[in-house]
Design a protein around this ligand. Structure first.
Ligand code: AVI
Length: 319
């Protein structure tokens, strides 16, 4: 049974969700914060995305980690305190954990409570001597209340998957600065960053043939209908993912196929035909551009690894 505190926190989360949805749909262009894509179903759909042929990011970054995990572990030394922001299924973390020398603790941080608990349980079973301390949090917000006493000589903040690309560049710098603070002096921030490339590679990665990404995107409307009493007609919004070469970003959109009015939490939103809701943008940063962002966040440079096809990059940044 839920206690009064957790009920209050659920009410608070719902109120914030409603506020964000109403604000996002009232501005132009209309948008919805991408963090709401990751409820339990969304997290599972995202996991499926990572296995798709078109979604090169996970494959390329996994191969990169396999190729360099030992080198990373040697550079880090013993008894590392590993913190992962947006840990999801922690699949890539296992590559690092397998290479690390006697890791002291693993703190996976994720917004999806149920999913996080399940992933942490599986991870504890695989690494019985590791302290696994999951924290439910939106890593895009300040995490002061999760101040963690240091238990090892060095803390590593791991942020793989190119999620850094889901921030606007100025927000990414604020986030990197926060990651630097969490890592603390002597710590390291390791970030996976997708590289700019041709639209013919990027667009299918965000609009796959099986329609998994479309379902992932539309799940946000399903969630609004369920949690906020919305009446989005799912057949009247289609998924699109155009690459904007000048801004070096791919945009996930839901496009209204006709003029229509949607009701959410007692409010009405009138959509014209072809009107767009932006649900996510994924910036692709070149190596030098990303280094400059890291410097602006006070992070020092270390090695950068890329795969042979220069699809993705992995940056070591000194905190
Ligand atoms: C989580 N993030 C890095 C993914 C990306 O590639 O921007 C989210 C995603 N959206 C659609 N496909 C994948």
């Amino acid at each position: 049974m839920r206690g009064p505190e957790s009920i209050a926190s659920l009410d608070h989360e719902r109120a914030r969700f409603e506020e964000d949805v109403v604000r996002g749909l009232s501005t132009r262009p209309r948008s919805l914060p991408c963090k709401y894509l990751y409820d339990e179903r969304g997290s599972r759909l995202f996991d499926r995305i990572t296995t798709l042929d078109e979604y090169y990011l996970t494959r390329a970054e996994t191969a990169l980690l396999h190729a360099h995990a030992r080198e990373i572990a040697t550079r880090l030394g013993r008894a590392i305190d590993l913190v992962e922001l947006g840990s999801g299924s922690s699949v890539k973390t296992r590559i690092l954990l397998d290479a690390l020398i006697a890791p002291a603790r693993y703190v996976p941080i994720d917004i999806s409570a149920k999913y996080l608990a399940e992933s942490a349980r599986k991870l504890s079973a695989s690494y019985p001597s590791l302290r696994v301390e999951p924290r439910v949090a939106d890593y895009a917000r300040p995490m002061a209340r999760f101040a963690m006493p240091r238990i090892a000589t060095r803390r590593v903040v791991f942020f793989p998957g190119s999620s850094i690309g889901n921030f606007e560049p100025d927000e990414a710098i604020v986030f990197l600065d926060r990651a630097r603070t969490i890592a603390g002096s002597g710590g390291v921030v390791i970030v996976g960053v997708d590289l700019p490339k041709d639209a013919s590679v990027i667009e299918p990665a965000y609009d796959d043939a099986q329609g998994v990404t479309a379902a992932f995107n539309q799940n946000l409307l399903v969630r609004i209908n369920r949690e906020l009493g919305g009446d989005f007609d799912l057949d009247a919004f289609v998924h699109r993912a155009p690459w904007d070469a000048s801004r070096r970003r791919v945009e996930m959109q839901l496009v209204s196929t006709r003029a229509q009015t949607v009701r959410i939490a007692g409010r009405r939103f009138a959509f014209e035909q072809d009107e767009v809701i932006v649900t996510e943008h994924c910036y692709k940063h070149g190596i030098e551009d990303f280094r400059a962002m890291a410097r602006a966040a006070g992070l020092g440079g270390g090695p950068v690894w890329t795969d042979p096809e220069a699809r993705v990059s992995l940056h070591w940044l000194d905190a």
